[in-house]
Write a protein that binds this ligand. Structure first.
Ligand SMILES: C[S@@+](CC[C@H](N)C(=O)[O-])C[C@H]1O[C@@H](n2cnc3c(N)ncnc32)[C@H](O)[C@@H]1O
Length: 251
């Protein structure tokens, strides 16, 4: 089959299947980004620090979702942070890409971690059930972001917290220029070499980050979806100014 020459876009439909072909290379690629795992851990710790429920003996363990879990890097960060918290917990990794889930499932996980294939915007409507949701590098990829956030809000228990961890440079020309230099100088050529494919997913990554919400727009989006105590902090490390964590709580 001839490869498609249509640029990838999250405008009208999901981009999850585009991740299938990079699933087995994904860890190698993110491993080339110093601090990728550490940055996810800092956002996972932000999430555990914001938990409003600490289950006592006999109470149900914390239910935590990792939406857009990919090959499991963000799930691993959650596992570490939740273990540090001393609480009993279950983590549900959810992703729309079979290839990324295959890479995640190939790793060693305790019984408290499970994975399922679902589009984040099509999570079953089972009412408030999560104490916390992490969405790392997901929201930018979702076609209807407002609908997704409302859906995430409805899936959280009252007091539950959402942490969105993603790139964002809009409104900061110097950071946008640094992102373009990093993308075309390092990320896109490395992806072409490692995956031996046209790096269309990574040119999409470059474009989608430039077009994604500014810090203010992203916080407004969470507020519009019904979240309270909305806040934002740049993710520490060398990508400071390019990656941020945004959080909000279901009242
Ligand atoms: C950049 S990866 C991030 C993976 C992981 N969270 C991490 O931090 O390494 C984005 C993931 O989101 C998934 N994804 C994209 N759109 C999705 C959607 N609408 N629903 C579920 N997963 C989606 C992709 O399949 C991919 O695995």
């Amino acid at each position: 089959m001839k490869p498609s020459t249509t640029p990838i876009s999250a405008q009208d439909s999901t981009v999850a299947p585009a991740f299938d072909q990079v699933g087995l290379h994904y860890d190698r690629l993110t491993g080339m980004s110093p601090g990728y795992a550490g940055q996810l851990l800092s956002s996972a710790r932000l999430l555990t620090g914001a938990l409003s429920r600490r289950p006592g003996p006999g109470e149900e363990p914390l239910q935590v979702a990792d939406l857009g879990c990919g090959s499991g890097a963000s799930t691993r960060a959650l596992l570490t942070a939740l273990t540090e918290s001393g609480c009993r917990f279950r983590i549900e990794g959810v992703d729309g890409s079979a290839g990324m889930l295959e890479a995640a499932r190939a790793k060693d996980w305790p019984e408290s971690v499970t994975f399922s294939r679902t589009l984040a915007e099509e999570l079953p409507d089972e009412g408030p059930r999560y104490d916390a949701i992490l969405a790392a590098y997901l929201l930018r990829n979702v076609p209807d972001r407002d609908a997704f956030l409302r859906h995430a809000w409805q899936s959280l228990r009252p007091g539950g917290v959402l942490v969105v961890h993603d790139y964002g440079v809009a409104g900061r020309p110097l950071d946008a220029a640094a992102w373009t230099a990093l993308s075309w100088g390092v990320i896109i050529p490395s992806a072409a070499i490692v995956t031996r494919r046209r790096p269309s997913l990574f040119t999409y990554l470059w474009r989608s980050v430039l077009e994604f919400d500014s810090d203010e727009q992203l916080q407004d989006r969470l507020t519009r979806a019904g979240f309270e105590d909305v806040g934002l902090r740049p993710v520490p490390g060398w990508q400071r100014g390019m990656v941020r964590a945004v959080w909000g709580r279901r009242p």
